[in-house]
Design a protein around this ligand. Structure first.
Ligand SMILES: Cc1cc2nc3c(=O)[nH]c(=O)nc-3n(C[C@H](O)[C@H](O)[C@H](O)COP(=O)(O)OP(=O)(O)OC[C@H]3O[C@@H](n4cnc5c(N)ncnc54)[C@H](O)[C@@H]3O)c2cc1C
Ligand SMILES: *[C@@H]1O[C@H](CO)[C@@H](O)[C@H](O)[C@H]1NC(C)=O
Ligand SMILES: *[C@@H]1O[C@H](CO)[C@@H](O)[C@H](O)[C@H]1NC(C)=O
Length: 582
């Protein structure tokens, strides 16, 4: 091994965040020979969104068994797997990330739990591309139990703080608003649901009979997946719960589990256009008149099937959902279950107040006021008002500017340069999207900092398969840090344009989404098209894409298994030594 690469491997790397993204990045770095890997997390345990302190029994997630795992560790099937089509539970995810930590990371990487990162600053930048002259990143952290603040220095940073790990609460529902109105009940955000659950069950007595006005009530504000999960849990515990929302996420449901060749293959992903159409079939689907018709017919069929699976009436507020094709807000409900949100709504176990917005807490302190002036009494108010980027707090404006990962004025027009037939007559781009852009190449590297190879973002690719995507990204970042030869732009000017083009694509492809998606996800919304996006990253590394194989007719139905990534480290090592020998 050459001295310069040994140098990089011995320089300390800091990973901020111990969710799935942070964990797999730590593992790949260790496998690649990095000797000093530190993970910082403000939580007391690993897992991030799936950490012990966040999941609760009865929580089903969007993914099915086999879909959300890493190549080096099997996941046992979740409970009731047969009946639910392998639907993963929050508990199964918690157990998996904890086992991954125990098996592959404990004692090998340094973990600082309950350690909040307060600030990150680059004290000295290395001359671009010189691995022997590392940057110095100063990371200011607070040990949460003792309150002590200290500083540590690292050569490289991986930001894996989660695209959505900070709660978002509008001012009129905030703590200040609670005390302003003198509201007496309990208020918390869905992110705290697991820790508050016992208190809620104690505070709110089980309902006496259905629709009994004498029953105490929990009001859940919001229409997304978290809101629905909370409602389902409380209704299944026999509590009276009312959901208030304006618009919901679109959902997928089928009477029976979707077979693996359709669910876990490229089939659904190629029905969505990617920025680059690599295969003949994708070009047919998205550039011909007939292809476009087929795409939308399948989308319509999926929507219709889902509404029908739960007998949702035509005039139901649940049909006021974001579009299946034009949005990345999807709640995948899977096979119909009798204890799921929509079943419980169907039997009247969850009250629905929609389309309505909550305006604030009522002045008599009894509950919340709606946009039509009526008051809903509530013993508990759960704010399912969403999550926001966790980046903003830990970087100063100067640092964001220096590394180049904040919003800035666009230089390219928001134009549909693709003119795909499947994207005709879409919604207009959000007005805000003309005001700003971000330039984060591949959703991983701030374009402006590309040549430094000392800062990367993990977990910011919006994907329907975070296990697979994050593992590929981890290899990409490790190659990038090691100065491997990669098929990526060579100059800052080139990469800035490339990254902005990615951003323009996202604005055209998902015109509505920028109103809620934050900086964290602003350049890569490859939700359905995650296999195509992962293939691009594999090509960047010079290893083979489309690893699920198949013949000219069978490839769209071949199951994509994360295990196909298990040799990636070796393949990259072989390429690296071949390049060095030259
Ligand atoms: C309620 C909810 C439900 C979801 N459901 C699904 C689903 O069903 N399917 C799916 O595929 N995806 C789902 N997601 C998306 C989910 O975010 C990803 O699947 C994945 O878990 C994200 O992993 P991550 O490692 O990127 O971030 P996270 O899991 O959010 O981890 C972030 C880590 O960063 C740490 N951190 C953040 N800020 C700081 C700081 N300042 N100092 C120290 N540490 C910090 C946190 O402590 C944590 O360890 C859901 C997200 C949420 C919020
Ligand atoms: C690893 O990096 C940390 C942070 O810079 C440093 O304090 C520590 O001494 C390093 N450990 C080794 C063995 O080099
Ligand atoms: C996140 O999105 C919301 C809109 O949904 C916006 O109000 C907020 O400012 C955004 N946060 C960041 C950090 O961009």
């Amino acid at each position: 091994m050459s001295t310069s690469s040994r140098g990089v491997l011995d320089q300390p790397v800091c990973i901020i965040g111990a969710g799935v993204a942070g964990l797999i990045n730590a593992h790949v770095l260790l496998q690649d020979g990095f000797t000093n890997v530190t993970l910082l997390t403000r939580d007391a345990s690993v897992g991030g969104v799936w950490a012990r302190e966040r999941v609760y029994p009865g929580l089903y997630i969007n993914n099915v068994h086999g879909e959300y795992r890493f190549s080096c560790l099997e996941m046992p099937p979740p409970e009731r797997s047969d009946a639910t089509g392998g639907r993963l539970t929050g508990i199964a995810m918690r157990d998996y990330v904890e086992k991954f930590y125990e098996t592959h990371l404990k004692g090998k990487a340094h973990f600082s739990f309950q350690t909040e990162v307060l600030g990150i600053e680059r004290r000295r930048a290395s001359p671009a591309g010189d691995p022997n002259e590392p940057s110095i990143w100063s990371v200011r952290v607070k040990d949460l139990p003792s309150g002590q603040v200290r500083e540590e220095n690292f050569a490289r940073i991986i930001l894996a703080t989660g695209g959505c790990s900070n709660p978002q609460v509008p001012p009129y529902l905030s703590e200040a608003a609670v005390s302003g109105a003198g509201y007496q009940g309990l208020v918390f955000h869905t992110s705290q649901f697991s820790t508050k659950l016992d208190e809620v069950l104690e505070l709110v007595k089980p309902r006496v009979n259905a629709n009994g006005p004498e029953d105490e009530r929990v009001v859940v504000i919001g229409g997304g997946k978290s809101a629905q999960d909370v409602c389902a849990k409380l209704a299944n515990e026999g509590r009276r719960v009312t959901i208030v929302f304006d618009r919901t996420d679109v959902f997928l449901a089928t009477p029976d589990p979707i077979p693996d060749f359709a669910r876990k293959s490229r089939f659904l992903s190629i029905l969505h256009p990617h920025r680059v159409l690599k295969t003949r079939l994708e070009r047919f689907l998205h550039t011909t008149w007939l292809g476009g018709k087929i795409v939308h017919a399948v989308m319509d069929l999926l929507s219709t099937t889902s509404y029908k699976a739960y007998n949702i009436p035509l005039d139901s507020p649940f049909r006021r959902a974001h579009s299946l094709f034009w949005s990345v807000r999807l709640s995948d409900d899977g096979a119909v279950r009798s204890d799921s949100f929509y079943s419980l709504v169907g039997v009247g176990a969850i009250d629905v107040v929609a389309p309505h917005r909550v305006k604030g807490y009522s002045t008599d302190g009894s509950g919340v006021t709606l946009d039509d002036g009526t008051t809903l009494s509530a013993k508990v108010v759960v704010l399912a008002t969403g999550y926001q980027s966790s980046w903003t707090d830990i970087f100063t404006k100067e640092t964001v500017e220096e590394i180049g990962f904040g919003k800035h004025a666009p230089t390219l027009p928001i134009e549909d340069n693709w003119r795909y037939s499947s994207m005709k007559d879409g919604p207009k781009p959000h007005p805000d999207s003309r005001q700003w852009t971000t330039t984060i190449y591949r959703g991983i590297v701030p374009a402006k900092n590309l040549l430094h190879r000392d800062f990367a973002i993990a977990g910011a690719l919006f994907t329907a398969n975070p296990g697979y995507t994050n593992e590929v990204v981890a290899h990409w970042i490790s190659s990038y840090f090691q100065n491997d030869r990669m098929n990526i732009p060579k100059t800052t000017e080139e990469v800035l344009v490339e990254a902005e083009k990615e951003s323009v694509w996202m604005k055209i492809r998902f015109p509505d989404m920028l109103s809620w998606v934050n900086d964290s996800y602003s350049t890569s919304l490859d939700f359905w098209t995650w296999p195509q996006a992962a293939d691009e990253l594999l090509e960047d590394m010079g290893v083979s894409p489309q690893r699920s194989g198949g013949g000219w007719f069978t490839w769209p139905f071949k199951i994509i298994d994360t295990k196909e990534l298990s040799t990636l480290g070796e393949e990259r090592r072989a390429l690296r030594s071949a390049h060095r020998r030259k």
